[in-house]
Design a protein around this ligand. Structure first.
Ligand code: OGA
Ligand code: MN
Length: 239
């Protein structure tokens, strides 16, 4: 599943149509953007507006019982894999990952809930759900999910641990926002947050939100994506 991640400093090849794709939708978020202080932190109001207009975090999207039910299904599958480091794409360390298409009916209901909540109606869902198991000291380096393989929406729930996701604008590193992803929360990234900002999961030593240490444990994320749809993606592709 590492094909979804391209590193921040490795822009994807431009397509022949790039000259037609320079217009960036949502480049000037309106001042009516509601800043969600509980989940987003930044020194830059501009960055907060950009990210809060295109990313949402919903605490307790699943119950403790649902978290256990998902973990029980994933545990034996993950146990068969080894934790990897220094992967070829170098975007992540201390992790193991898999994809899952067939779930127990109870857990399928959760996946269906994520999809109907986070995606537009008629979205072209990628059938397999991405499961990423990060060790306590594992982390994900800054990257933007591949625009060739992933569509406009990325929706993930966090099992077993809270963590901090950092978003940094790919063209202006001063535009940086930290996002608090609580255990059992759902995040939904679209638009600017998905296409113009890199995202990363901070390592244990750096895991802080508004100055407060956010302890890291093993964390499993369950990530739903859709397939690219040229109409929606075009305005964000790089030249
Ligand atoms: C990824 C990724 C974030 C997460 O796998 O591309 O960014 O929530 N994962 O685990
Ligand atoms: Mn990613």
């Amino acid at each position: 599943m590492s094909c979804v991640r391209s590193q921040a400093n490795q822009k994807e090849e431009s397509s022949p149509c790039d000259s037609l794709q320079k217009q960036v939708p949502n480049a000037n978020p309106t001042h009516t953007t509601v800043i969600d202080d509980a989940h987003f932190s930044s020194d830059s109001k501009e960055a907060l507006e950009m990210v809060c207009s295109s990313m949402k975090v919903h605490d307790d999207f699943i119950t403790k019982e649902e978290e256990i039910s998902m973990f029980e299904e994933l545990k034996p599958v993950l146990q068969r894999l080894i934790y990897e480091r220094d992967h070829w794409d170098n975007a992540i360390e201390g992790y193991r990952e898999t994809e899952r298409a067939n779930w127990s009916s109870q857990n399928q209901a959760i996946i269906d809930r994520i999809r109907s909540f986070a995606f537009d109606e008629g979205a072209n869902h990628i059938n397999t759900v991405h499961i990423l198991d990060l060790k306590k000291n594992g982390f994900i380096k800054p990257h933007i999910d591949s625009v060739r393989f992933c569509g406009d929406t990325i929706a993930g729930i966090s099992l077993l641990s809270t963590s901090v996701m950092r978003l940094v604008h790919e063209d202006n590193k001063n535009l940086m926002v930290d996002v608090l992803l609580r255990q059992r929360s759902l995040y939904v990234m679209k638009g600017m947050a998905r296409y113009k900002f890199t995202h990363e999961i901070l390592k244990e030593e750096e895991s802080r939100f508004k100055g407060e240490i956010i302890p890291r444990r093993r964390r499993i994320s369950v990530i739903c994506r859709n397939s690219p749809n040229d109409e929606k993606t075009d305005g964000y592709l790089q030249s």
